[in-house]
Every structure is written in C-alpha cells, then in structure tokens.
Write a protein that binds this ligand. Sequence first.
Ligand SMILES: [Zn+2]
Length: 486
Amino acid sequence: MKTLAESRRMLLIAVLILVAGVAAAQDPLVAPVTPTLPPPGSADFLTPLTPEPIPIDQALEGRVRIVGKPARKVILFICDGMAASALTFARALVPERRLELDRFPVVGRVIGKPVAGEVNDSAAAGSALSTGFPGRNGQVALDDQGEPRRTLFEEVRQRGFRVGLVSDTRLSHATPAAFGAHVPDRADEAEIARQLLQSGFDVMLSGGLQVFLPAEEGGRQPRGRRLLDEAAAAGYTVARTRDDLVAAASRNAARVLGLFAPSFLPYRHDPASRDGPGLPELTAAALTLLDRGPNGFLLMVEAGLIDPVLHQSDPAELLAQMQEMDKALRVVADFTRGRTDALVVVVSDHGTGGLQITGAFAPDRFLALATSTIGLAARLDPADPKLGDRLSQAVPGLTFTEADLAFLRDGEAKTFPHRLGDLVGRRLGLAFLPVKGEYGHGDADGHTGEDLFLHALGCHQGLFGGVTRQTDIPRRLAAAMGLRFP
Ligand SMILES: [Zn+2]
C-alpha cells in the first residue's frame, strides 16, 4: 500500500502536469463562462493539496482535468456589506491584531454588480451567488428577465445533500431568501417565509419570527395562517430559544427551523443579545445538525448585521459585529481544518456605508472612547435643549460644537442615529458616506460598488483564487462538489 505522503506527492505531481498543459486563461470579465464539465460523477476533481490556484475558467471548460475527491461539507459564508475597510478597521482593534480571515490561504477578488446599475443590493448579490445568473436589485433569485432560477442549494438538495441557512438578520431577509425563495420584491417577506418552508431545507436558523406568525399574533402572515404549525407538521423541530436549539442539536433533530428574535437578532450593545444565541452559536449548531449522513451538506451563513450597522455609521457596533463574524468564522474554519472533504468560501455581497480610515484614527483612543451610537441615539432626544451636555456625559473625552449640535438636529428623527454615528465617527478619525438618501436610491442606497475580497479554505480551495464575478461563485462551489451548475 502506498503511504499517505506518497499518494499526496503523486496527486501533486499530477496536478502540476495538468496545470502546465493548459492554455492561457480566458478573460473572466468578457462573458459568462459556459461550464462544460463532464457529467456529475464522471469527473476527477482537484486535490485539496493543490499548491497553486488553477484559473477557474480553465477548470470549468474542462481544459484542466481536476483530480481528487469532491468537497462534501461546504460552507458559503457571506459578510453582508463588508468592504475591505471594515476588515482593516476591525483588525486594528482586536486584541491579537489578526482576524480569522487573515489566516485563509486563498484570496480572490470578486466583481459584483446588478444587471441595471453599478451597485448591488443584497437581493441582487444573493441571487448572483445562489443562481449563477445576474439579477436586478430588489429581486430574489430571478434572472434579468424576471424568471425564477434554480439555486445551487435547491440543486444539491435534490442530489441528497443536506442544506442549511443561517443568518443573524431575518430568515426572510434578502440574503437568506435568495437561496431558497423566488419573488419579484424582496419586501414580500411573508411570501418568502412561506416559500422557505416549502424549500425543504433541513436547517434554518435566524431571526424574523414575526414574519412567520399570523396577524392575530402580531405577525405578517394572513389571519389563520400558522406557519410554525405547518413547519412542525412537515417534520421541523421549531426552536425559539437557545435552550430549544441546544435540545434539538443534542438529540440530532433531522430538520430544525429556529427563529430566535422577532426581527433581526439584537445588536451586541443591546443587553437582549445575551439571552439568545448569536451568530457563532447558530453556526456551530447548524454544522452539528447538518453533518450527518454520507452525502454531505451545503450551508450558507450570513453575518448580516455588518450591513445595517454600516448603514447607520455606528463604529463601535461595527467592531462588535466584525468580532461576531470573526468568531462564527473561527467555528467554520476549525470545522474545515479538521477534515479533508470540507470547504469554506467567504464573500461579501457589496460594500456599505463607505467607511474610510483616516490619518486621525487611533485604535487606543477609539477603544477608550467609542460607544454604540445606535444605542446612544436611543437614549437621547435631538430636540433636547441639553443635548450638548448629555452628549458630553455619554462620550466623555469628545467635544461637540454648536455646529455639531445643529447638524444632529437638522433632519428627520429616524436619521438621528445615523447623523450621530457620522459625527462621532469623524471625531474618532473615521469617515462614512453622508446620511442615507444623499447617495444612490432604492435598495442599494448607502451601498458602494468596489471590488470585493473572497477568501477560501479547505478542499479545492484553489478553485477560488484570481478575479471572478459573483455569478461564477456558485459554479465554482458546484465544481468543488463534483457537480455542474447551473
Ligand atoms: Zn447586502
């Protein structure tokens, strides 16, 4: 019998020979690549030991034969609204000055934009990531003609993989919706909730309980439409608390629908965040629940509160959310590093808030002074004549001029948290896009359109290097799993 080291060396040599033989890479920006992989089951796939990324366009065209076993335990991790500056910001402030993503071996650059316009919302980006087709802002898993497109998650579920969704926003929110629902308007969350229940996905853990409840219980479903009862009848264990989730995981429930907050999970500055499970726990539970049976699983995890916090320019809560993301990602990375058939790919869907780190930013000063401005705004009234005094008490060390107070008072009450975040951010050396409504419009208001980073770790990680479009990512995930998609 060959030793493991010998087998690895031979696989490595085989891959190197194959890479050397391929033609020049196609320009990934010119046109969508039509995948012509051999039919599922007949292809050999990349070894997890591949030393260099192989250009995907070559791999997908079959010009590279891919050797090795397919990935069976695959996690697509989406950081909603996270441009590179959010990584730089968080790294400067965490105790070890290093993020989990900084340890990922493969990095790619991703181009994402909707069919119309230059800047994605979460629905268009989520649809590109789930279906492989470019979509329009506001539309969920439809193509540019408005036709529903099958998602990779629906596809692999048909092939016997277990499938899961985790988000710290609402299960019916645009990003998780894009993987198992198809609607023309992301705001139609009541319909999205109904479709997600029909999806048959095995594990769905998020917030957004209110969307699943009937009108008579204060929910968004029609009177008498009791989705949680329908879920139970369909074999789901319904979890609403951390204890419910622990119980479901410890008895290895086959199907779990977990809804742990009426809407989004609470922000970290909110004491309520200590009661319920947070993103790292939901992620760990989903891995436990999905990782059974011989066929493997596909899980989407969304760190979804980075986006709303950036929409409101709250630097302290942004740091807290980046740390949550980092913790959840460590759970996934530890799971992946311990296996030869696991793969995690981390992407952003778009930038949000336009965060810039200026020369005036000083990490120690930030850590000493920063407090959540969303939380602070909830305790202050912009019309209060003593607003200046109350602010100075709340954020000692920062001074506010009459012009600052006029800025805080000038505008709608609902944008006060955003104006406060903008002002405090500037005092701490951080700049954001001005208050919502001034840049862009509609679902992508407050979003930005820069290239995004992708990070990959695990089995066939080499498929994810280089420059790609968002629509190529489900193709690459499918290729890593031994499938052709779409
Ligand atoms: Zn988004």
